[in-house]
Design a protein around this ligand. Structure first.
Ligand code: ATP
Ligand code: MG
Length: 271
């Protein structure tokens, strides 16, 4: 069976793309899925947050995109997390300019990860906060749709409307089958009316497209990367840990995938 692949996209920076990609990857792995997390962001945050020093990497996704290495040579495996990573490094920043001159420049990631199809159940692709050539590659590789983290903040809807227009252009020009898998509301603060209003507003504009699970603002989530750990290991009983486990259940249910019983149990949040 072929892997399900999703890209994590929002042109706005700091909304929780990387955090959501890593957390979901970790919980899906915990649930028994074979997961590959692909970092296609020159900031290499997903790589760093999993405790990999990207400055010390001999090879990274850039070498794969320009066909200097095959995917199998690039993948790092965490036995502790049961998770595989296709790491990024700062070399990707220059790649954005170089790739533009390559043939089939939007399909390079697709070509790189295609041979991996049977080896994974899920391929999650963390994108940079821009809609350039790297994100286009991710959109075309995330065959099962785009997951859009949306920060619960003022003007969230404006940014989202802009993003939907851009995705529509990609659909019209390059990839008619481009799907939205869902929007994930992040950094929700239950004490503020603003958070509640933003969630209600986004749900009313995009009914059926917003995941039921809302990710709360949580200090534990901001701390986890400095320990090189996903929330599933660093603080599984935090409100954010519980929420990301729920998101994983929601994704698996929506995909019709059975998971290991007890692997994603509903814990009591205790920050
Ligand atoms: P970029 O656009 O730069 O790639 P991003 O969209 O990937 O950013 P993240 O890196 O996931 O966003 O999150 C931005 C910052 O907010 C990080 O420091 C992260 O630890 C923190 N953060 C993310 N989600 C939460 C949350 N729910 N509660 C508290 N802090 C969070
Ligand atoms: Mg990021």
């Amino acid at each position: 069976m072929s892997a399900r692949s999703y890209s994590f996209v929002n042109q706005k920076g700091g909304v929780g793309k990387t955090t959501t990609a890593i957390s979901l990857a970790a919980y899906l792995a915990q649930a028994g899925q074979r997961v590959l997390l692909v970092d296609i962001d020159p900031q290499a945050n997903a790589t760093a947050c999993l405790g990999v020093d990207h400055r010390g990497l001999k090879l990274d996704i850039y070498d794969g995109l320009i066909k200097r290495a095959g995917a199998a040579d690039l993948i790092l495996r965490s036995t502790r997390l049961g998770l595989s990573l296709l790491p990024a490094s700062a070399a990707l920043a220059g790649a954005q300019i170089e790739l533009v001159d390559l043939p089939e420049r939007e399909h390079l990631l697709q070509q790189l990860i295609e041979p991996l199809d049977g080896r994974f159940d899920y391929i999650l692709i963390d994108c940079p906060p821009s809609l350039g050539i790297l994100t286009l590659n991710a959109l075309l590789s995330g065959r099962d749709g785009v997951i859009i983290p949306v920060q619960c903040e003022y003007l969230a809807l404006e940014g989202l409307t802009q993003l939907m227009q851009t995705l529509q252009r990609v659909r019209a020009g390059l990839y008619p089958a481009l799907k939205i898998r869902g929007m994930v509301m992040t950094m929700y603060d239950a004490r503020t009316n603003l958070s509640q209003d933003v969630v209600a507003e986004v749900r009313s504009h995009f009914p059926e497209q917003v995941f039921d699970t809302v990710i709360p603002r949580s200090v534990r989530l901001a701390e986890a990367p400095s320990h090189g750990l996903p929330i599933s290991v660093y603080a599984p009983r935090s409100t954010a840990g519980v929420a990301y486990a729920a998101l994983a259940r929601e994704v698996l249910s929506g995909d019709g995938v059975a998971w290991i019983p007890g692997s994603l149990e509903d814990e009591v949040a205790n920050d």
